[in-house]
Design a protein around this ligand. Structure first.
Ligand code: ATP
Length: 612
């Protein structure tokens, strides 16, 4: 259906010289990027660059010790500012935050990138509709994203806006590299265009009445001349990347999907728009603006740039590219796992290590999204239930990679059962007993308390299980393993019944003291292991165990080793760390109802910590 008239713009050969020298960092430390050809690239295919970023530490004797300090760079999509954020956008971001926090616990230098995609026709239209200029509109929505991330305890390192001048400079440089490599040409294009997707559609993928299957609105016939990227040239290289690098696309079932797209034949795609003013002008043709994928995807690199005055592609790349992990929804998998690596190969840059396409949060089976307007407001959920509950519920209940439907009843049941009962109550009643019988002070080290105790072994196994699940991005299973520690702790408490041992006195009382220390040590381990998922709750648990915020912030995964609590440690006054949510209204008028929280002092987490 689409007719094209091709005329090559430029076919010159552009030679990419790998980055040989980098900025020096400190007196003895210098970073280098080592480029090497992929072991699986064939002579006939375009070379695929893989990069290892290492630091060489010069020892006092003058020799070089090579230590790897590759940063762990992970990204969320840059969210489109056509409307405020919703629970779908929050879902990817809290998952990324949990992974970033876990990697930091492992002691890695993490660069967690998020941001907003701010160009395009829909933005200009949305701005006009609310009587604002596009840039005012972008400022407002971008700010709303930042505020939401704050409310949700999201600890990003870089927030990139595609309207940042430094981003624009890097996009133009990237475009020029690809152009220089002969991979950009101009052509007429005519086809059915979905205004919401801002892309031409294949007739065979449309529903009745030429409706877009995502937005359920009819596509319109459009014709324009655009610049195209020669994706088809990269067919063979992409097939090889996918065949030899099973970790490149995750979960594994999505790799099959991507392989089948590539096998079915790659078509060049349009990278500019003639009719859209709100965008980055195409270099040497200001009648066209660069279209989304040649703009927004570059945000992952431009975000790394440390020189905002004179940003360069090479400078940004040397600060941490390639990304270790792109976390995205499955809706944009094709762009990240097919278009993006081909674009990077064309520009002579390394491809990301992994693209993980998670599933959708759905409402009545349909993807929750801004364009359909069937969204759930995360701010409202945070205001009513707190950030820990929101983070825990979505990361625990939606298998990472699959779709999941939201139900408020289920939300309340899960967070009450897991966070308030299993974890919160266990801590509270243990501290209550310790206060009553031991003046809130530990009489023995946790190592001595648990000597010969099978419970310690159980905790050690479960925390190792949690680590393995975090490593493999099985966030739900990681939550499950941590919760199992809580379940085991409750069983231990009930079996040993320290309250009755205290009544007996003597040796029984000594055993009861050890039981309490043992359970509190398990709680300490839970606090660290749960901190990627529910950081504020973990901090409150840590505070109850008598630690300061600085001590909490300094914890690493190695602190999950049994034995942290020592004799003489004084616990805080027992106080619930997670307030049970009361679901007061049953029946039909649920929508009009208000759910109250039993603990009226539901105050911001930081304030609560200060009180603790
Ligand atoms: N329902 C959802 N479930 C899970 N993630 C989602 C959902 N909706 C959006 N996301 C996240 O946001 C990304 C898409 O960002 P975008 O700003 O385009 O949001 P959108 O609501 O999907 O927009 P639109 O409805 O206009 O297509 C997805 O790849 C995913 O990371």
């Amino acid at each position: 259906m689409a007719g094209r008239v091709l005329f090559s713009l430029q076919n010159g050969v552009w030679l990419f010289s790998p980055l040989s020298s980098m900025n020096s960092k400190g007196k003895h430390l210098r970073n280098r990027l080592h480029f090497h050809r992929s072991p699986f690239s064939s002579p006939s295919s375009k070379s695929v660059m893989f990069c290892s970023c290492r630091s060489h530490l010069q020892s006092q004797s003058g020799g070089e010790e090579s230590i790897t300090i590759e940063p762990f760079v992970l990204t969320t999509p840059l969210y489109y500012v056509n409307a405020p954020p919703h629970m779908g956008s929050a879902y990817t971001t809290i998952a990324a935050d949990a992974i970033a926090r876990f990697q930091r616990l492992l002691g890695k230098k993490v660069i967690f990138v998020t941001g907003t995609d701010e160009h395009g026709e829909k933005i200009a239209t949305a701005a006009t509709a609310c009587g604002a200029s596009p840039s005012e509109h972008c400022d407002t929505i971008s700010h709303a994203y930042k505020m939401l991330w704050k409310d949700l305890d999201v600890s990003y390192d870089k927030f990139i806006r595609t309207t940042d001048p430094s981003h624009e400079a890097i996009v133009k440089e990237f475009y020029s590299r690809v152009l220089g490599n002969g991979d950009i040409y101009r052509a007429d294009y005519e086809g059915l265009y979905c205004i919401n997707c801002e892309e031409y559609k294949d007739e065979k993928e449309l529903l009745d009445n030429n409706c877009c299957p995502i937005h359920l609105k009819p596509c319109v016939q459009r014709k324009e001349d655009n610049y195209f990227f020669a994706l088809s040239k990269y067919q063979k290289s992409l097939e090889e990347v996918l065949a030899h690098n099973p970790d490149f696309v995750q979960p594994s079932f999505r790799l099959n999907e991507v392989q089948s797209w590539v096998r079915s034949g790659l078509r060049d795609f349009s990278i500019s728009r003639a009719s859209v003013d709100w965008g980055i002008p195409v270099p040497n043709d200001n009648k066209q603006t660069i279209y989304v994928w040649f703009d927004a995807l570059l945000g992952y690199i431009s975000a790394l740039s440390e020189n905002k005055e004179k940003p360069t592609l090479q400078g940004a790349v040397s600060s941490g590219w390639p990304a270790s992990l792109h976390l995205i929804g499955k809706d944009i998998l094709r762009f990240h796992a097919v278009y993006w690596p081909a674009m990077l190969m064309s520009a002579g840059l390394s491809i990301p290590r992994t693209v993980f396409g998670h599933g959708f949060l759905t409402k009545d089976g349909m993807k929750m999204g801004k364009s359909l307007g069937n969204t759930l407001d995360p701010k409202d959920l945070v205001n009513r239930f707190g950030s820990d509950a929101v983070r825990y519920f979505f990361l625990r209940e939606v298998e990472f990679g699959s779709d999941g439907d939201y139900s408020e009843d289920r939300f309340i049941n899960i967070v009450n059962a897991h966070l308030a009962n299993t974890i919160g109550n266990l801590l509270n009643r243990t501290l209550g007993l310790l206060k009553k019988n031991c003046q809130s002070t530990l009489a023995v080290d946790s190592t001595i308390a648990a000597e010969g105790n099978a419970f310690k072994g159980t905790v050690e196994k479960l925390v190792e299980k949690a680590r393995i699940h975090y490593e493999s991005l099985s966030l739900s299973s990681a939550c499950e393993a941590v919760l199992e520690i809580g379940n085991a702790g409750n069983l231990y408490m009930d079996d040993h019944a320290p309250w009755s041992l205290f009544k007996k006195g003597g040796a029984a009382s000594e055993a009861a003291v050890k039981d309490l220390v043992t359970i509190l040590e398990a709680m300490r381990i839970i606090a660290i292991a749960l901190s990627p998922i529910a950081p504020s709750l973990s901090l409150r648990i840590y505070a109850q165990l008598g630690y300061s915020k600085d001590q909490f912030d300094a914890t690493t995964w190695s602190d999950t080793k049994w034995g942290g609590l020592k004799q003489g440690q004084v616990m805080a006054q027992p106080k619930p760390v997670f307030a049970r949510i009361e679901n007061l209204v049953e029946g039909d008028n649920r929508e009009a109802s208000e759910r109250l929280v039993k603990d009226k002092s539901r105050v911001p987490q930081t304030q609560r910590f200060a009180e603790a």
